[in-house]
Design a protein around this ligand. Structure first.
Ligand SMILES: NC(=O)c1ccc[n+]([C@@H]2O[C@H](COP(=O)([O-])OP(=O)(O)OC[C@H]3O[C@@H](n4cnc5c(N)ncnc54)[C@H](O)[C@@H]3O)[C@@H](O)[C@H]2O)c1
Length: 268
């Protein structure tokens, strides 16, 4: 967002997470300069527009838009939205980056459901073109239009979605991923061959197992568990996914998931 001239306050409760985010952004911007997507001046200016903080009050004091991206847990999201509602200026739009959950349910706990919405980004957010914008039951047209314009200024494409669990993308993606995991568990083919078949046979740019590793298997499990609770049997989480998460095998971020990343620099 800072590359597209927004002033950004990045807040996390963990200083380690903030340091990791800063290092990642620096490395990605360096690559962008080397590949001439950005000039060296734009890189410096972009960095001047971001601040990193552990204080929510400091981060949102003057915010026009807040995008929440904490773990996929409804209780936590509601707790954060209640606090944001108390401390943000009256005009602030509160958006959630949830992949599956109900923006209406989160918004109902605030005094401004008309100013609440979901803006669902994709990993890695600076490369992926889409932002799925999900209207809650009471989201106003004005809030929707502001979210759409912000996404446009970030040079993203948008789709308008009416709330239903998993929206368009996660509902489809979780199902494909879960089926791939079931096939792996049943011994139908190796992880590499399942991914290769889907990439070359169905023309997906990424295999479903490598994508799950990129998303994080803990995050994926929370997403599919929510779809299972809300949409039923079709979304029952693959037991292999549950087993991996219990073992701390969380995908790229932990060094191993369906694939081993322990030899990749910066994979952790
Ligand atoms: N991982 C993906 O590919 C992806 C893609 C699109 C959307 N999402 C959604 O984004 C959200 C985050 O997922 P993730 O995979 O990035 O999770 P993550 O575990 O990688 O990151 C969550 C961050 O939230 C921080 N956090 C926890 N409690 C907090 C609090 N009270 N205040 C501030 N920060 C807090 C944690 O320290 C951590 O850095 C979820 O809703 C998920 O569904 C994830």
């Amino acid at each position: 967002a800072s590359v597209n001239h927004f002033q950004v306050q990045l807040q996390d409760i963990s200083t380690k997470a903030l340091e990791k985010a800063e290092a990642y952004m620096k490395a990605e911007m360096k690559k962008a300069v080397e590949r001439r997507f950005l000039t060296a001046e734009e890189e410096i200016e972009s960095f001047h527009r971001i601040t990193f903080t552990t204080s929510m009050e400091e981060a949102v004091r003057e915010a026009d838009l807040v995008i929440e991206a904490v773990l996929e847990k409804m209780d936590l999201k509601i707790e954060i939205f209640k606090k944001l509602d108390e401390i943000c200026p009256e005009h602030t739009i509160l958006a959630t980056n949830t992949s599956t959950m109900s923006p209406t349910e989160i918004a109902a706990q605030t005094s401004r459901p008309d100013k609440c919405i979901a803006m669902h980004f994709f990993n890695p957010p600076h490369k992926m073109k889409l932002v799925e914008i999900i209207r809650g039951l009471n989201t106003s047209d004005e809030t929707y239009e502001s979210a759409r314009q912000v996404a446009e200024q970030m040079k993203k494409e948008t789709v308008e979605v009416n709330e239903f669990p998993g929206f368009v993308t996660s509902r489809m993606n979780c199902l494909i991923g879960n089926e791939a995991m079931n096939m792996l568990m049943e011994g139908v083919a190796s992880a590499a061959d399942i991914d290769k078949a889907i990439k070359l046979g169905l023309n997906h740019p990424m295999g479903p197992l490598e994508m799950a590793d990129l998303v994080g298997l803990d995050t994926r499990l929370r997403n599919i568990e929510y779809l299972y609770q809300t949409l039923g049997e079709k979304y029952r989480p693959c037991p292999l996914l549950t087993k991996y998460v219990k073992a701390g095998r969380l995908g790229k971020k932990s060094g191993v998931g369906f694939y081993d990343y322990s030899n990749e620099v910066g994979s952790k």
